[in-house]
Design a protein around this ligand. Structure first.
Ligand code: C2E
Ligand code: MG
Ligand code: MG
Ligand code: MG
Length: 283
């Protein structure tokens, strides 16, 4: 905006900016008490083996039940939480709650223990000094095997990784906890980096499949990306599948795993066991 006013008229502050600053500090203050106040909740979205409907994973997605403003989606507060450092506390809560929920499902639905819990991790969380210990103790406490946990991180985090991150990755590998690249295709992916990934799965971003149906060129492009991922020895999951048509096209090009509203919206934990069973019976 300041730019539009012309080069010599440098306007450093606009009234809208003051509103934005106030809004941010209000959100920060409220978010700080949200954890202790029990205002956070997790929704769970299945990751499906397309051919069988078998659920191989469940992604935990954070929601904020604000006492006045209702449910607030993560895109409205994760960024601020990252900038203020509050993400460390939120992430700790997500880990504890998600793993505790895995323990509860094992008791209430002992037939369903064949899926992994996916948790989203921000860059700063990887450098949390007690991350590995916290993960190990939390898994222990709830009798959840380390191989049943997967951490989702974005490719931007990976590309700028240093020795500290490398240590965390190898610690996770030693423990048996999985690592996944999220939103693949939105950052600055290079082909060479795919081969050196410390990850076991790659989640292809939903933006890549959005206009797939109408564009044969895009279909070829996605097929090539899937090929690339599997030739690097990694498992590909495509996210954002919303229609039967997309599911069929993806399967036809050899895509094995997917996630999206077509299979399930993110669900409250009580609805997960039934959804897992019905997805597996769908075909
Ligand atoms: P993400 O990890 O890439 O998660 C996928 C997002 O796409 C989720 O949005 C999910 O609800 C949505 N989605 C799933 N299927 C479909 C579909 O078929 N169509 C469309 N249009 N969208 C679909 P959500 O829950 O709003 O989360 C947004 C982002 O917030 C996540 O993106 C993740 O980056 C971040 N996030 C969520 N929970 C956490 C958390 O506990 N910790 C951290 N650090 N980040 C989180
Ligand atoms: Mg994710
Ligand atoms: Mg994603
Ligand atoms: Mg995303």
């Amino acid at each position: 905006q300041a730019k539009e006013q012309g080069r010599n008229n440098v306007q450093l502050f606009h009234p809208d900016m003051l509103d934005a600053v106030r809004e941010r500090s209000r959100i920060t203050a409220e978010l700080r008490s949200a954890v202790a106040g029990g205002e956070l909740a997790l929704r769970y979205q299945p990751v499906v083996e397309l051919a069988s409907g078998r659920v191989i994973g469940i992604e935990a997605l954070l929601r904020w039940h604000h006492p006045v403003r209702g449910i607030i989606m993560p895109d409205s507060f994760i960024r601020i939480a990252e900038e203020t450092g509050l993400i460390l506390e939120l992430g700790r809560w997500v880990l504890h709650e998600g793993v505790a929920q895995m323990g509860r499902w094992s008791e209430t639905a002992p037939d369903l223990t064949d899926f992994r819990l996916h948790i989203n991790l921000s860059a700063a969380e990887l450098l949390r000094s007690d991350l590995l210990d916290d993960i190990r103790e939390t898994l222990d406490r709830h009798h959840v095997a380390p191989r049943r946990l997967v951490l989702e991180i974005t490719e931007t985090v990976l590309m700028s990784r240093g020795t500290a991150e490398e240590q965390v990755f190898s610690g996770l590998r030693d423990m048996g906890v999985g690592l996944q690249i999220d939103d693949f295709g939105t950052g600055y992916s290079s082909i060479s980096y795919l081969r050196s990934l410390p990850a076991d799965t790659v989640k292809v971003d939903q933006s890549l499949i959005q206009d797939m149906g109408s564009d044969p060129q895009q279909l070829k492009f996605i097929a090539a990306i899937l090929q690339l991922i599997s030739s690097a020895g990694l498992r590909a999951i495509v996210e954002g599948i919303e229609t039967a048509e997309q599911a069929i096209q993806l399967q036809a090009m050899g895509c094995l795993y997917g996630q999206g509203y077509y299979y399930s919206y993110p669900l409250p934990p009580s609805q997960v066991p039934d959804r897992l069973r019905s997805l597996a019976q769908r075909r």
